[in-house]
Every structure is written in C-alpha cells, then in structure tokens.
Design a protein around this ligand. Structure first.
Ligand SMILES: Cc1cc2nc3c(=O)[nH]c(=O)nc-3n(C[C@H](O)[C@H](O)[C@H](O)COP(=O)(O)OP(=O)(O)OC[C@H]3O[C@@H](n4cnc5c(N)ncnc54)[C@H](O)[C@@H]3O)c2cc1C
Length: 683
C-alpha cells in the first residue's frame, strides 16, 4: 500500500476541458492533455499567456469544474467537488465587510473551543503581521492588509492545499513585493502545498519550487521550470535571472521587447535553469534524513535526493543508546517512542553453545544528556520512512526515485550534482554524500579503502515463532558467538512475534560452491545448541537475504565542497549494532561543520578538516573494539564482567566513541585485555 509520503499531494492525469459552444456551435477547448504531479508541501506556480486557461485549471483541481476527460486526485482521493480541506484565495478580497479582522480569521473555526479559537486567531494574525488591527473592519485597512486577512483566514482553517488565483494581482508593486516575502516566510513555516496562478513571471520565480508554463489555449503544460534557489530570493541573482529567462522562453515571449518569439527559439533553450541551493544531500537513509533535519532546524536550504522510494527494506535493525541524544535534538524521539518500536534494554552475548551468557544492561548516559536506559529495535522500512518524513516536516525538499550519477566537484567552483534523467545538474555550495554503502563520492574520488581484517558476509531474514527465552531479556538483542572464524548470529525482536535472525561469518565458507544461502544459514544455526533450540519452531516470513558485510573506511571523509557521512564515509562490521549510531553521530557533526562553513566560508577548510579527523577517529575506535572482540570473544566478554573495565567498555558499546578521551578509554581496555591474555597464557 502506498504510504502518505509516497502519495502525491495533487495528481492531474490527462485532463481535457471543453466549454460548450454558444447556440449549439462548436465547443471551445480550453485545456488539452494536461498531466502533472505535485508533492506534499511543494509550492508550484502556474503561468501562461493571458486567457490561456490558468484559472480553469485551478478550478478543475479545486473541484469547481468537472473535466471533460481525465482525472484529478488530491492526497490520493479523486476530486468530486469543492472540499473544505482545500481552500481558495482570490484576487478580489473575499473578507466579510461586517466582521472585524479577528472575526474574519475566526470564521470557519466554529468546531474549536473558545480558547483554541482565540489561540489560533492570535497565531495567524501574528503570522500575517496584523497584530494591533484585530478589531478593525475591512474598510478601515488597506487592500494589502485585506489580502493578509484572507490569507490568515485560509491558513487558520488548516487546509491540506491552498489554491491561490492571482491573489496579489490587484495590489501596487511594493505591496506585492512585501506580500511575496511574507508568503515565502509563512510557507517555510507551515509547509502547505500551494498552487498559485499568476501572470507575473517575477512573482513565480520568487515564490515557487517549480513553475508550470502553459501554452496558449487550448492550454497544456509546455515546460516545467525547476527553481532550486535558496529563499528569500533576491531579484536579479544569477539563478533567478536564468529561471526567469527559461519561463519567458517557455511562454514564447522576448524578455527585452515583450514580443512573441518563434517557438523554435523557445524550445531550443534549456528547460531548466542552473539551479542552486546551499546543500544537496545524496541519500535519504538515517544519515541523510538526520543531517537534513538538523539543516532544516538551522534554516539552511537543502535538497535530499534518494534513488529509492520509501518505504524500502533495509538491514540494520538494532540501535545503540548514543542515538537517543541525536533523536532528541532533532525532535524525533517522541515519534520513535510513540511509533510502537520494541524497546531495547540491553544486549546478551552467548558463548560455548549457549552454556555461558554475558549480559550488558544499558544505562543512562547523563554526560550526553541521555536519561533513558533503553534504545530501540526498528523495522528499518518504517523507521527510515518516518525519519525522512520528519526531515520533510523540518523543511527538507525531498526527491525520491532521483539517482545521482556523479558529482562534479570542480576546481574551487560550485559543485554540480548530476541526477539520472534530468537535463541540468543541481548546483549546491556543499554536497553531502549519505549514499550508504554505495559510497558514491568515496568511489568516485578513490578514497574508499576496504579493511582486509574484516570481510564478512551475512544471511538473514524475519521469523515467527522464535523462542526468545527469559522474559527479562526477551526484548534485548542476543548475539550468539558461533564456532566458525569470526562467526556470530543476531536475534533481534522486531515486533510481538517477529524476530530478525541473521548469521555473519568471515569470507564465504561453502557459499557459491554448491552451498545455498538457506543451507549455509541452517548449518550455522545448527552449530550452536542454544540458538538451534530457539529456532526449532521458527517459521520463515520471507526468502533469506544474502548481504556482503565488508568493512571499509574513507581515507578522507570531507574536502572542498563535499562531506561524507554514515556508511558513505565508513562501514564497520555490525557485531555491535553500530551502523545507525555512526550515521546519526556523523550527521550531527556534519550539520555543525556545514553550518559553520556556510556562515563563515573563510573557515570552511578548517571546519571540514576537524570533521574529517573526528569522524575517522570514531570509526577507528569501533573497528579496534570489534577486532578486540574477534581476537578472543571469551576474553572480551570477560572484560564486561571485570569491574575495573566494565564502565568504559559499556560506554563505548553504547556508542560513545567520537570524543578524544574515548580513544584513550579504548587504549586502556586494549592494555587490560593484553594483561588478561598474558595471565591466561601463564595459567
Ligand atoms: C549484515 C548487516 C547488519 C547490520 N545490522 C545493524 C544493526 O543491527 N544496527 C545498526 O545500527 N546498523 C546495522 N547495520 C548497518 C546499517 O545498515 C547502516 O550502517 C545504516 O543503514 C547506515 O545508514 P546510512 O544512512 O548511512 O545508509 P543507508 O541506510 O544505506 O541509506 C543510504 C541511502 O542512499 C540512497 N542512495 C544510494 N546511492 C544513491 C545514489 N546514487 N543517488 C541517490 N540516492 C542513493 C539509498 O537508496 C539509501 O536510501 C548492519 C549492516 C549489515 C550489512
């Protein structure tokens, strides 16, 4: 079933409109073969020659006019007539002359309590800049202010979509400019889907994400001009002028003389101006979405491109505690807590066929501001989709099914991001690579290095009927150490009776040499008595998946105009469930480096160098910790039972690895492990 985020806000398919001819004459065709989609929260302007059918199109989308042919859907529902969830704002002010400003704004809020109504009115009166005029009547205020009242009334009703039909057309130039700026600010805060008809090309460029240019009647969409410019948009900026020229060319009118230009000239020009934004984020997994949420919070204009369409399946379901701080900072923790995900209170390691168990209960991390003693196990399809939707709510412009083919970093110039099936690259001040294990920039720049010490594979799936053992640890992750080299299995509770089980092993023993994934999986499960017993009644919910799990690191993870985060920067063996935590922490650090670099471009090199050092050091701590575990699992787990080593180890395993002192803590643990090794050898 398509999810909310995947359903377009508006979908217009093959729409035609004929008006009946007078006295039985020929009908007049006004719209012909119009098709497009508008995403949620998008701001689209419709322009075209005078009388071409712009308002007719708006009336069809708004449900005031039935198309002769074709279909319009809003939020996935077919449009059968006007709907109070979708509101029109017209040029001629429709405020009620006998009501005050406040009463006009309150109109339509009858369903709310007195207090809620007063709160809503105060909020929108303030938003449109009419504080102090609440008791004025429309005839006592200017035309521009009446349009503000109209806008406040429309927004107060909390519509899904706002249809605006030349709303500023009757106002003088300066008032129009001011209202455009205010509307931009309001849209950035409220993120309503807006369809705005205008004859004013400047207005279209200043306001919208995309401009649909219609042909003369019968109108169809001749050109879609993408306006990827940071807001607020200065008249005359380079990208601005290019967008305006593309629209003029689309209409077929000379900018200089206002005369019609031959269609060949218009169609010969690029359909997209060189776009511009502060940051392009490649990838909408946890790293990309978390970075985007931080950027949105900081008011930094950015676009997220993901080749996938969410929800999409993904491995990596068990989190560690350090992520809590990040989720809290981006305002996502409540959604996570309320999302019905299984709470994870700790980890259990089993050894020697299950005869020995070592438990690691999680604790709060007060020095990181984390007061809860649990984190979560997540179905990644749902979790990643929620995170991406959260970024959208924080102001991210998100394009799914947008595969980045390559990035041109240029020589000191603005980087360009080339997206499959688009004509013009997307230009940004900074490109953030969060493309996961695709590691787009790492491969392109040849900075990605495999770690030959950690080359694992995994076979995994979801099961029903897995015995989760004792109630106290039923919702913990269970890591079963297997007898083969660097081999272990995970057992992760995903829901009431859905458990993710995966086996990980060095290289590919048997696989590809007549051993299928299923046989390999069964063999590994059978090799551990306790795990085999827990899986005795398990029923597979889908075909098993085979996954390479080669660890790698970036020799550099940031440079001039680019930064890599999450798996795009480095990937470490998953035995300690570190992946999403590394994605979250690196996104947090990247957001800070980007904000500082944009605020003071002279310091960009320094900010990115510091990011590079910190992120690579954190990855190195995880890698060394994992190698310590693999060297001798019983000895490593012995450290967890050693009161002098346990607190430091617990902190590292909960994901605290990016501070300078964390590397020192690791070095002390390594020294203690060597001591224990010597003692064991001497016995
Ligand atoms: C076997 C195994 C088990 C694991 N278990 C755990 C675990 O229990 N806990 C844990 O925390 N981690 C685990 N991980 C690691 C975890 O999967 C990753 O670390 C985590 O998903 C990283 O997030 P990310 O956002 O960096 O990348 P991803 O989640 O991979 O997201 C990258 C996004 O980029 C998009 N993309 C890729 N290329 C392009 C392109 N060219 N153009 C546009 N978009 C693109 C993709 O569509 C994707 O949505 C495991 C990994 C493996 C292999």
């Amino acid at each position: 079933m398509p999810t909310e985020a995947a359903v377009p806000a508006i979908s217009v398919r093959d729409v035609w409109v004929d008006f009946p001819g007078r006295a039985g004459g020929e009908p007049t065709r006004v719209l012909q073969d119009v098709s497009f989609e508008i995403s949620r929260g998008e701001f689209v302007c419709v322009v075209g020659p005078s009388g071409c059918g712009k308002s007719t199109l708006l009336n069809v989308i708004g449900g005031f006019l039935r198309p002769t042919r074709g279909e319009v859907r809003v939020q996935g529902e077919p449009v059968r007539g006007p709907d109070p969830r979708r509101i029109f704002v017209f040029q001629e002010s429709a405020v009620f002359p006998w009501l005050t400003v406040a009463e006009n704004v309150a109109f339509g809020l009858a369903g709310l309590s007195r207090e809620a109504r007063a709160r809503t009115v105060a909020h929108y009166v303030e938003l449109v800049g009419l504080v102090g005029f609440e008791r004025s009547h429309p005839h006592e205020i200017s035309g521009g202010m009446r349009q503000r009242v109209e806008l406040a009334r429309a927004l107060a009703a909390n519509p899904d979509v706002l249809y605006m039909d030349e709303p500023f057309g009757a106002l003088d130039y300066l008032t129009r400019l001011k209202l455009r700026a205010d509307l931009t600010r309001i849209w950035q805060r409220e993120r309503k889907t807006i369809v705005f008809v205008t004859h004013d090309i400047e207005e279209a460029v200043q306001l919208s994400d995309r401009v649909f240019v219609l042909t003369p009647r019968p109108a169809t969409v001749r050109r879609v001009v993408q306006v990827d410019l940071a807001r607020p948009r200065a008249l005359g900026a380079p990208g601005y002028v290019a967008a305006r020229s593309a629209i003029f060319a689309g209409i077929g009118v000379s900018e200089a003389t206002g005369e019609e230009t031959p269609p060949a000239l218009a169609s010969g020009e690029s359909t997209r101006p060189a776009p511009e934004t502060d940051v392009v984020v490649i990838g909408g997994g946890p790293a990309g979405s978390i970075l985007a949420s931080y950027l949105g919070q900081a008011g930094i204009d950015h676009v997220v491109l993901d080749r996938a369409v969410h929800p999409r399946r993904h491995v990596g379901e068990s989190l560690v505690c350090s992520t809590t701080r990040v989720f809290d900072e981006i305002g996502f923790l409540d959604k996570l807590e309320g999302g019905g995900f299984v709470r994870k209170h700790g980890a259990v390691f089993t050894l020697d066929d299950g005869r020995r168990e070592v438990a690691l209960p999680f604790s709060a991390m007060p020095d990181l501001g984390i007061t809860q003693d649990h984190t979560y196990h997540v179905d990644r399809a749902r979790f990643d989709e929620l995170l991406l939707a959260h970024a959208a709510a924080r102001g991210s412009r998100i394009r799914q099914a947008a595969e980045v083919e390559r990035v041109e970093l240029g020589d000191g110039s603005v980087p360009s991001v080339h997206v499959a099936d688009t004509l013009e690259p997307l230009r940004a001040r900074i490109v953030a690579d969060a493309s996961g294990r695709a590691a787009l920039l790492g491969r392109q720049l040849h900075t990605r290095r495999n770690d030959p010490r950690l080359n694992q594979i995994a076979v995994h799936g979801w099961f029903r009927g897995v015995d989760r053992s004792r109630a106290e640890t039923a919702d913990w992750i269970h890591i079963h150490v297997l007898a083969a080299p660097r081999a272990w299995a995970w057992q992760i509770p995903i829901g009431a009776d859905v458990t993710s089980v995966g086996v990980v092993c060095e290289g590919q023993p048997g696989l590809g040499r007549g051993d299928s994934g299923e046989r390999f999986f069964a063999r590994m499960i059978a090799s551990h008595g306790l795990l085999a017993a827990r899986m005795a009644k398990a029923e597979s919910l889908h075909a098993l998946e085979l996954e390479g799990s080669q660890s790698y690191f970036g020799e550099r993870v940031a440079g001039r105009g680019w930064i890599a985060l999450g798996d795009a920067a480095q990937f470490v063996d998953p035995v300690f469930s570190s992946g999403v935590s590394v994605a979250a922490e690196s996104a947090r650090l990247a957001a800070r480096a980007i904000a500082e670099a944009l605020a003071d471009p002279g310091r960009a090199g320094e900010c990115f160098a510091s990011y590079d050092a910190t992120v690579r050091r954190g990855g190195e701590v995880w890698r060394e910790l994992i190698l310590l575990f693999y060297r001798m699992p019983p000895l490593f787990l012995g450290l967890l039972e050693d009161p002098s080593a346990r607190p430091a180890l617990q902190s590292l395993l909960q994901g605290r690895v990016f501070g300078a002192h964390d590397a020192t803590a690791l070095a002390e643990l390594q020294a203690r492990a060597r001591e224990l090794e010597r003692e064991a050898a001497g016995r």
